[in-house]
Design a protein around this ligand. Structure first.
Ligand code: ADE
Length: 258
């Protein structure tokens, strides 16, 4: 499905005042928190005590800005990446912060055959899943779960951003089955959260922009993990350089004018 779902359209006529960033890795979030001079929330938390989620807030370009991260896994101490933590965090953020725009920022693998290069910052034009294989009529389509992105043609043009369809799964690597579905999804970028954030944003009709910096070339010759770790800080720097420009452009505009 191209374009975007009709009911999202309703929330685009008022000016943007509150933007919430969902970011899954702390190393991706911190350069942004520093660039935007956000501060970590004091007690009491807007989130339940039991969860490791963190929120950093402040104002930037006249916008109220929140960066929310799913925090560290309690058992293993690593970032809570993947679709389940980010969908819960997105839900809780919508309910407690009432953002009129969500930006899912982070890293992605990119396909060089579709024009991606290391350090590029992409805007997703469509969201879909590649690890939800349900070969039963109609459930197959539900599993893929394609959703259109909020159109932002003026913003893309003004900041000369690259655009491409995104495919989401809970694995950093890619099995042959994943690859087949990613190709069917016509994806330029591959991540581990976007389609989950899009699902929740769509449920609550909140406009969503996904901004993803490329850390590794999925159809290249280097091993994914090695390339991902090598380029993580380059990608985080590219993101934190782009975000203030995005916020400046968004500030005071209606989503429909982006
Ligand atoms: N994030 C960064 N690189 C990725 C990849 N290759 N797959 C999924 N998520 C990623």
């Amino acid at each position: 499905m191209d374009g975007w779902t009709g009911h999202v359209m309703k929330k685009t006529s008022r000016k943007t005042t509150t933007t919430s960033f969902t970011i899954s890795m702390q190393a991706e979030a911190m350069p942004l928190v520093q660039t935007l001079q956000l501060t970590e929330e004091d007690e009491p938390s807007v989130f339940p005590k039991a969860v490791p989620w963190k929120k950093y807030s402040g104002t930037h370009e006249g916008l109220s800005v929140h960066v929310v991260v799913p925090g560290k896994d309690f058992n293993l101490g690593v970032d809570s990446v993947g679709t389940v933590p980010v969908s819960m965090l997105t839900y809780a953020s919508i309910v407690s912060l009432h953002p009129d725009l969500i930006i899912n920022a982070g890293t992605a693998g990119g396909f060089q055959s579709k024009g991606a290069a290391i350090g590029d910052v992409f805007v997703a034009t469509q969201f879909a899943n590649h690890d939800r294989r349900i070969p039963v009529p109609v459930f197959d389509e539900y599993g893929i779960g394609t959703l259109g992105a909020t159109p932002i043609p003026n913003l893309v043009k003004a900041l000369a951003l690259k655009e491409g369809k995104m495919s989401t799964g809970n694995s950093l690597d890619m099995t042959p089955e994943d690859e087949e579905i990613i190709k069917a999804n016509d994806a330029t970028i591959k991540d581990m959260e976007g389609a989950a954030v899009a699902y929740v944003a769509d449920l609550f009709t909140v406009p969503l922009i996904a901004l993803k910096a490329v850390t590794d070339i999925v159809d290249g010759s280097k091993p994914t993990v090695e390339e991902f770790l090598e380029n993580m800080s380059t990608a985080a720097a590219a993101l934190s350089a782009m975000v203030p420009r995005v916020l400046k452009y968004v500030s005071g505009k209606k989503i429909a004018d982006l």
